[in-house]
Design a protein around this ligand. Structure first.
Ligand code: SAH
Ligand code: SF4
Ligand code: F3S
Length: 440
């Protein structure tokens, strides 16, 4: 039996694409190899969001080159956003690569493997969804559901619109069918995926068009789905109906990821985010009013071209005012072909680093304060497996999306109550509440 090995870089979308790749390869009769050197088919699912993502992948390619030279019968494939962003250049830069394909063209890999092609092949056309490919899930009780692909925004720093194309929503009927079959298969937690989930459906024909909040309602109503999450919404499209869905749908978790990017209206404009600092803060106020206990997390970029000390201060002010439960912070990285990469006033690396350090301190301090509100409370935790640091303990996630390490006897996939006794900026700790009367 032929064996494959997949290395995945980048976001949840890529992780899910890799699940599809694996599912498809298994349906072609391949099996997964635990290591690269035992694989007949070596695949990379790449990301290009920042320069260090590119570098990380290129570092791995060296080993694939060596393995290919030891055994030229091996196939090396490169998929994903980096491949899409350089297209045929993949083969000029790395002549040992046999097949390259953009995101959403995983089915073309099957075509390549089934053909007698001996020359390198590249597949970079944007096409319809490969949503109907089987997926091999990492955990039996959790699943991604890709509701759309591509992005119609034009954020000036971002490479994604050029790697994933225009936004295309999947039909509600198809999505609900998929959720039903996931639930029947033992899935309890579903995460809806899209670059801008709350613009879902706008491209669908009128008779099938529903709002994102309606889709949340439909997924919530599927029996067996106990937790519902989604990522990422765009602040410009975050409206009352979605917040109301959080207040009313039992499965929809108490967590909203609302990417800020910058707290300066001037920089937001240069980023083409289409909201101002005030409008963003207004969305946060709406969430806090209606959902006081909801976690709010974010993404922030420091050192965007032209960012002054004052602009950066404004970002710090927003972080201070919102008090995020956690934040992903990124140093701005110029991406080929994007508008911002061509802007003057690129910020020196040393300044970016300094700003990043100050920002991370504040983010962590606020996250630690926010996490402390859980101490003394009992939280529902979905058990994922043993704790990474101490395998005698268990690890799982709360509905607020906090990692929880705890004493207990539950199994992966169980929903248990955990009494929280301590917290840090990143994690919570506690012990499982054992129901009295069970086990004597
Ligand atoms: N579509 C999603 C996710 C985009 S990528 C969204 O809009 O929320 C995830 C994050 O990477 C972005 O939110 C942004 O903070 C960061 N990012 C994107 N391009 C970047 C760049 N060129 N440099 C640094 N960070 C970047
Ligand atoms: Fe990139 Fe902006 Fe689209 Fe997110 S919304 S994928 S940051 S262009
Ligand atoms: Fe995701 Fe990276 Fe592409 S973040 S969308 S895999 S560029």
């Amino acid at each position: 039996m032929k064996r494959f090995h997949v290395t995945t870089f980048g976001c949840q979308m890529n992780e899910h694409d890799s699940e599809r790749m694996k599912g498809m390869l298994e349906s072609l009769g391949y099996e997964e190899s635990p290591s690269r050197d035992e694989a007949d088919l070596i695949l990379f699912n790449t990301c290009s969001i920042r320069e260090n993502a590119d570098n990380r992948f290129v570092a791995h390619l060296g080993e694939a080159k060596r393995l290919k030279s030891e055994d030229p019968g091996r196939i090396v494939g490169v998929g994903g956003c980096w491949a899409q962003s350089v297209k045929e250049e993949v083969f000029r830069r790395f002549p040992f690569v046999d097949v390259a394909f953009g995101p959403g063209q995983i089915h073309r890999l099957a075509e390549f493997l089934n053909s007698d092609s001996i020359s390198a092949q590249g597949y970079f056309e944007f096409e319809d969804f490969s949503g109907d490919l089987p997926a091999r899930r990492e955990r039996p009780f959790q699943a991604w559901l890709q509701i759309s692909q591509g992005c119609n925004c034009v954020c000036s720093y971002c490479i994604v619109p050029s790697t994933r194309g225009r936004e295309q929503s999947r039909r509600p009927s198809e999505l609900i069918e998929e959720v039903r079959s996931l639930a029947a298969d033992g899935v309890r937690e579903v995460t809806l995926l899209g670059q801008n989930v709350n613009s879902y459906g706008r491209d669908l024909p009128p008779e099938e068009r529903i709002r994102f909040s309606d889709l949340l309602g439909l997924v919530d109503s599927v029996d067996g789905i106990e937790r519902l999450r989604y990522t990422s919404p765009h602040p410009k499209d975050m409206k009352e109906d979605v917040i109301e869905a959080h207040a009313t749908l039992p499965s929809l978790c108490e967590h909203i990821h609302l990417p800020l990017q910058s707290g300066s209206t001037r920089i937001l404009k240069a980023m083409r985010r289409t909201y101002s600092r005030e409008r963003y803060l207004d969305r946060v106020e709406m969430i806090r009013d209606r959902l006081p206990d909801c976690s709010i997390t974010t993404d922030i970029i420091v050192g965007f071209p032209g960012e002054t000390d004052r602009d950066f201060e404004e970002t710090m002010e927003v972080v201070d005012a919102v008090s995020y439960d956690s934040a992903f912070t990124f140093v701005y990285s110029p991406r080929r072909g994007t508008e911002a990469a061509a802007m003057e006033d690129q910020i020196p690396h040393s300044v970016k680093k300094e700003r990043m350090a100050v920002l991370v301190d504040l983010v962590q301090a606020r996250a630690a304060e926010r996490a402390s509100r859980f101490v003394g409370r009992s939280l529902e935790v979905l058990v994922e497996g043993p704790s990474r640091k101490d395998p005698s303990r268990l690890r799982g996630r709360s509905r607020h999306n906090k990692a929880v390490n705890f004493e207990g006897t539950a199994s992966p996939g169980d929903l248990v109550e955990v009494e929280i006794d301590s917290s840090t900026s990143q994690t919570l700790a506690g012990s499982e509440v054992l129901l009295s009367g069970i086990g004597g």
